[in-house]
Design a binder for this molecule. Structure first.
Ligand SMILES: Cc1cc2nc3c(=O)[nH]c(=O)nc-3n(C[C@H](O)[C@H](O)[C@H](O)COP(=O)(O)OP(=O)(O)OC[C@H]3O[C@@H](n4cnc5c(N)ncnc54)[C@H](O)[C@@H]3O)c2cc1C
Length: 202
């Protein structure tokens, strides 16, 4: 059994200046206006006025590692496109799991012993010739899940706002917080109106 840390990583090599210029170019068609050479100001104005559909012209792809439960929550976002590791087709030699109790040593000890039994049960099925798509029925929700998620900037803003809130699960808040930090670094104007979230470490 291997413990895996959740993470979110942008896989695109983006050129922030080109992205902002593209949004400005698309946005200016409404008034057929000329660029004043300050795309950032234009994008800021669009967001302030709630004219966010223009942000849909740019999409980004993230590589996300989380557990199956958080993957199921993330893939509820219908305007984002996910491609997910399949428990039907992957045959696990050793199960990889995300620790749900990083701050609770007693629960963690209990959970680790349950995971060892779970791993053994899965292996019993596989060794007995059961297909991974059926043997997976004993796998836990904390199983590591890997996915690529592509979403446009408007949907990313929506996901960040919803999933960094205190109402969200800590692991989800951690993933959404990482996406927010990446955007703060690469495209700050896109998320500068989103209030600083209380950091959610695992
Ligand atoms: C704290 C929390 C608890 C939750 N608990 C549960 C739960 O117990 N059970 C459960 O089933 N789900 C639960 N969810 C998931 C939630 O119901 C949504 O499925 C999920 O957050 C995706 O968001 P969304 O549907 O608003 O937006 P997305 O699918 O990301 O779409 C973005 C936006 O596009 C628009 N849109 C998309 N599709 C349509 C449509 N068909 N019609 C009209 N407008 C549309 C909406 O404005 C929507 O907000 C929970 C979510 C959170 C954040």
């Amino acid at each position: 059994m291997k413990i895996i840390e959740p993470s979110a990583m942008l896989i695109d090599n983006i050129n922030p200046a080109e992205i902002l210029a593209k949004i400005e170019r698309c946005g200016r068609v409404s008034h057929l206006s000329e660029s004043k050479g300050k795309p950032e100001e234009f994008v800021r104005m669009l967001i302030k006025r709630g004219h966010e559909s223009v942000l849909e012209h740019v999409s980004l792809t993230f590589h996300i590692i989380c557990d199956r439960a958080i993957m199921a929550e993330l893939t509820r976002h219908r305007l984002a496109s996910p491609t997910v590791e399949s428990t039907r087709f992957v045959k696990y030699k050793e199960i990889e799991v995300v620790n749900p109790f990083p701050n609770d040593p007693i629960a963690e000890t209990f959970w680790r012993s349950i995971m060892k039994v779970t791993e053994k049960n899965y292996q019993l099925f596989i060794d007995g010739g059961v297909k991974p798509e059926d043997a997976r029925s004993v796998l836990p929700l904390c199983l590591k899940s890997e996915l690529y998620m592509t979403a446009n900037l408007r949907e990313l803003r929506y996901i960040i706002k919803l999933r960094t809130s205190k109402a969200a699960h800590p692991q989800m808040r951690f993933i959404a917080g990482q996406i927010l930090n990446i955007l703060r670094d690469k495209l700050p104007v896109i998320v500068e109106d989103i209030k600083e979230v209380e950091s959610c470490s695992l």
